[in-house]
Design a protein around this ligand. Structure first.
Ligand code: FES
Length: 335
């Protein structure tokens, strides 16, 4: 597959995501515009309320604040990340520079050495890209190691309680905000005829795997920390190459650090550390757990912040390694 074909495929993938995002963005903008006109500027006494003291209908609310700003920027921001991550994953090249490995490609399970900027063979866990994968690999997909490891981090992020909150709000409008009317399809009549929340059943039951994907995320932190350590050795030759440090090393060290702040602030982690206990006093073990629980709680209270920081930084880390590998950025280092 030549560069032109890869470029065309990448454009198609980005276009698909952009169109999907465009629709979500258009709905958000439409709602924002309508709510500015109707919710903010219309006197509250004009709003007709149905039973229960709530206004009804999509986007209807008695809130006077600009509640739509958050779902708008989070929806758009995540879309930008998804577009970049897909483009970068599609390249299959320029993910290695000197001793730097892009986190989008880590761990490298198999390497296709014919690709420019591919990782050295000794950094691929299982060696050369095997023929059996080539045979089942879609012909229009570049041989990119990123696709082989994407499912792990993706499963963790997409089932995160915070991510669920924002994408239900931004993309599904279900509801778009607290005390704001949801899409009619998300309001289900219960047996008594009352409105009932359907919950994460049916298609969304997979969200329950989150607590298990947390363990996977912890393993990834270990792997990415090792990558950061490797970045200190010229050519990635641990204990053999010259040791030094470059700007890229800082970038790659910060990456697992931010991921740790996000992962260890996870609600599942908080339960793991402090849950299922009636008392934190008494034995030494209970007091250690209490101390850990307080630290995890501190992170948990900033979970949204660390979710964004870690996501932006993982994207930036790929960008930095990619730019260095392509010769666009000259990495400053001591080697
Ligand atoms: S709740 Fe967000 S990572 Fe677990």
């Amino acid at each position: 597959m030549d560069n032109t074909q890869i470029f065309i495929i990448a454009v198609v993938v980005i276009a698909v995501f952009t169109i999907g995002g465009g629709v979500a963005l258009a709905i958000s903008l439409y709602q924002a515009n309508r709510l500015i006109i109707e919710t903010v500027s219309v006197p509250r006494s004009d709003i007709v309320q149905d039973h229960g003291g709530h206004v009804s209908g999509l986007g209807e609310t008695t809130r006077a604040d600009k509640w739509w700003i958050e779902p708008l920027w989070t929806g758009f921001g995540f879309l930008c990340f998804v577009a970049y991550a897909n483009w970068a994953g599609f390249q299959g090249e320029h993910y290695w520079h000197g001793s730097y490995l892009s986190p989008f490609y880590s761990p490298v399970l198999f390497v296709d050495l014919s690709r420019v900027g591919a990782a050295p063979l000794e950094h691929a866990w299982f060696g050369i890209w095997p023929d059996w994968i080539r045979q089942i690999w879609p012909p229009f997909f570049p041989t990119s190691p990123a696709w082989l490891i994407l499912a792990g981090p993706l499963a963790f992020r997409l089932t995160c309680y915070y991510y669920r909150k924002f994408y239900y709000r931004s993309y599904f409008l279900s509801p778009p905000g607290c005390a704001v009317g949801a899409m009619p399809s998300n309001i289900v009549a219960g047996p008594t005829g009352t409105k009932q929340y359907k919950g994460e059943t049916g298609l969304f039951i997979f969200q329950n795997i989150h607590r298990y994907t947390w363990y996977l995320a912890v393993v990834y932190i270990g792997i990415l920390s090792w990558d950061a350590f490797i970045s200190l050795w010229e050519g990635g030759e641990v204990f053999h190459g010259r040791i030094g440090i470059g700007v890229g090393s800082f970038v790659l060290f910060l990456n697992p650090l931010l991921l740790a702040t996000y992962t260890f602030g996870c609600h599942s982690c908080r339960h793991l550390v402090g849950g299922r206990k009636n008392s934190f006093s008494g034995k030494i073990g209970a007091r250690i757990r209490f101390s850990l629980w307080k630290k995890v709680t501190w992170l948990n209270q900033r979970h949204m912040l660390f979710a964004w920081l870690s996501m932006i930084w993982v994207g930036f880390s790929d960008f930095y390694v990619r730019m260095c590998s392509m010769g666009i950025i000259n990495d400053i280092n001591t080697w």
